[in-house]
Design a protein around this ligand. Structure first.
Ligand code: SF4
Length: 354
């Protein structure tokens, strides 16, 4: 019997990080009820940027970006049954509008406006059965460059970590050797190899289907460095000797930035400062993939053959803090915690349509 029948990059990370976490998440099927602010910003920014990818002949208009983000914000709010902070929605708009400037000026035309490549798919859910294991994921974008016979898998990431802008940092060492490029590469290889797979209709007839012998595969990360900024004082104010507490409080109130003023500032900042965006790409080699794929299969085997799912308390603070901390500490119960929600398993067994 397999404890976990569907695997994803996120589940692999959880299984590697803490066996109790994969148990609570993928076997007991619980998740955090509320999304973190950084996760919401990431989700909304994906909506904005991927919508931009869809526009083949022109950049998105501001009203289109705002409309798409408002709709996505409402979906997140409905899902967690709690409103989304407007500052997160505004930041996502700033990141998206800045990204569009960057992609057209400094990126390699990721707005899909070039004849040099063929866009195969954008924001495409996929399912692939590899070594009898079902994997699912979402391609942000896959392109094919006929001249060099190269497939490119694009992945957009939002992060507040400054090291993400330095390719020699530990951030990139970890990301380059992470599970995602490997899983996505093997999934694409499997789809290309399957002559009945719908992806065949999206690829030019003369493009090679044998990934490793006839074509190259490049993994392309696009990074957006996020901000912790929030509306604050327009300029530094100090209490004057002649001033009462009430007068000082009134002056501070007057000096407080409005949401609109702050929004304008953040959007301008992201539209003008291209150092907040970064691209890193690398070619994936077959021997490298083979070696790392074995490790991935080991993780799955370890989980699915496990009789115990022990806690790893060294991981509780990872990724902004584990959602199950109160349950693991015994302060809350899985079934009654207000912070957790039982997942709809229909989502889990739903086959991605691709
Ligand atoms: S709180 Fe810590 S021990 Fe518990 S599931 Fe999360 S990472 Fe594991």
């Amino acid at each position: 019997m397999s404890w976990v029948s569907r695997w994803s990059v996120s589940r692999l990370g959880k299984a590697q990080s803490c066996q109790r976490l994969i148990y609570l998440d993928a076997i007991m099927n619980y998740r955090a009820r509320f999304s973190t602010s950084s996760a919401i910003q990431g989700t909304l920014t994906h909506v904005g940027v991927l919508e931009h990818y869809h526009k083949k002949n022109r950049p998105l208009r501001v009203d289109e970006i705002q409309g798409g983000l408002d709709e996505a914000m409402n979906k997140v709010a409905n899902k967690q049954d709690s409103p989304v902070e407007l500052t997160d929605r505004i930041k996502a708009e700033a990141y998206t509008r800045g990204y569009i400037e960057w992609a057209d000026k400094e990126g390699d035309g990721s707005s899909a406006m070039s004849d040099d490549y063929v866009v195969i798919c954008i924001e495409q859910e996929w399912t692939a059965v590899i070594n009898d294991v079902r994997f699912t994921g979402i391609f942000d974008m896959v392109r094919y460059i006929p001249e060099t016979q190269t497939y490119q898998i694009f992945e957009l990431k939002t992060t507040s970590r400054k090291e993400a802008l330095d390719v020699s940092s530990s951030y990139w060492r970890d990301l380059t050797y992470s599970n995602q490029p490997i899983v996505y590469a093997v999934a694409l290889e499997t789809m290309l190899d399957d002559e009945n797979h719908p992806i065949q209709n999206m690829i030019p007839d003369d493009a090679p289907r044998n990934l490793w012998n006839q074509a190259e595969l490049e993994f392309v990360y696009h990074i957006i460095n996020t901000t912790k900024s929030k509306p604050g004082q327009k300029k530094t104010v100090r209490k004057r000797k002649s001033e009462t507490e009430e007068e000082f409080a009134a002056r501070k109130e007057e000096n407080q930035e409005t949401l609109d003023e702050w929004a304008e500032k953040v959007v301008e900042q992201y539209k003008s400062d291209m150092t907040k965006y970064f691209e890193h790409k690398f070619i994936l080699l077959p021997w490298e993939i083979e070696r790392k794929w074995d490790e991935i299969i080991d993780i799955i085997y370890m989980t699915n053959s496990s009789k115990h799912f022990p806690r790893n308390t060294g991981s509780c603070g990872d990724f902004g803090g584990c959602a199950f901390r109160k349950v693991c500490s015994g302060d809350e119960k899985l079934e009654t915690s207000d912070r957790l929600i039982k997942k709809d398993v229909r989502d889990d067994i739903k086959l991605a349509e691709f």
